[in-house]
Unconditional design. Structure first.
Length: 235
């Protein structure tokens, strides 16, 4: 049996590791474990074909708010939340990082953004959840609903941009912009009646889990909150 001194040394070593890696551990917990738990809870309800209590009331509330002005606003955010905005920015961001020889950052962005899209396609086919049919949407969709591709794509892009910008003076601007953009894209899909609110929450949770998990793997030898160790080597 280990003696008391061995246990003290083990505890001291764990405490020292936790102090040195506190930001990474916090990111792992808040950016991977909590979103993963949220997604699994929602996915379990959808897989069991359970009615999620907040879905229909929120959809009906969104329907009551409908008018021409909101139509234009939310159609815009729905369009820039995918084909007209997120997808071109995804491709452009990866190409710019590679052109700048920021290899590690480019790899992170490519895997996070591309992998998120593939995961969304696979998840939609796996859960095969039909879209809401409470009213006829002005922007109808024909594929499956869970999780929302718009929510997942916009949140993945937001996570990538925030994590890349965090060591720079631009992080406040990026966080502020994404704090508006991501919720508006999600709200637009509910307002248009093409997604349940739980689709949006699941998309956000899955995106955060994938993007932050990818970051922790790609930059495992770096230092969160500062310039990754690989940046200078890649120039």
């Amino acid at each position: 049996m280990p003696d008391a001194g061995w246990w003290r040394d083990a505890i001291d070593a764990c405490a020292s590791l936790a102090r040195r890696r506190s930001r990474w551990l916090a990111l792992l917990f808040a950016g991977v474990l909590l979103p993963m738990w949220a997604f699994m809870e929602l996915a379990d309800e959808v897989h069991a074909s359970e009615v999620i209590p907040f879905d229909e009331p929120i959809l009906l509330l969104a329907r009551q708010m409908a008018h021409d002005g909101f139509d234009r606003v939310f159609l815009f955010f729905s369009q820039v939340g995918y084909a007209w905005g997120v997808v071109p920015v995804d491709v452009g961001l990866v190409l710019v990082l590679l052109a700048l020889r920021r290899w590690r950052e480019g790899l992170f962005a490519a895997v996070a953004l591309g992998g998120s899209g593939l995961l969304n396609v696979a998840a939609k086919q796996l859960f095969a959840r039909e879209r809401p049919t409470l009213w006829e949407s002005i922007a109808p969709e024909s594929n499956f609903s869970f999780p929302s591709g718009h929510a997942m794509g916009s949140m993945t892009l937001a996570c990538v941009l925030v994590l890349l910008a965090w060591p720079t003076r631009w992080r406040g601007w990026v966080v502020g912009a994404m704090a508006v953009f991501v919720p508006m894209v999600g709200l637009s899909r509910v307002y248009l009646g093409v997604h349940f609110p739980s689709d949006i929450l699941a998309g956000w949770a899955a995106a955060a889990t994938w993007a932050v998990g990818t970051y922790l793997v790609v930059f495992r030898n770096g230092r969160f909150g500062g310039h990754p160790a690989s940046v200078d080597a890649g120039r």
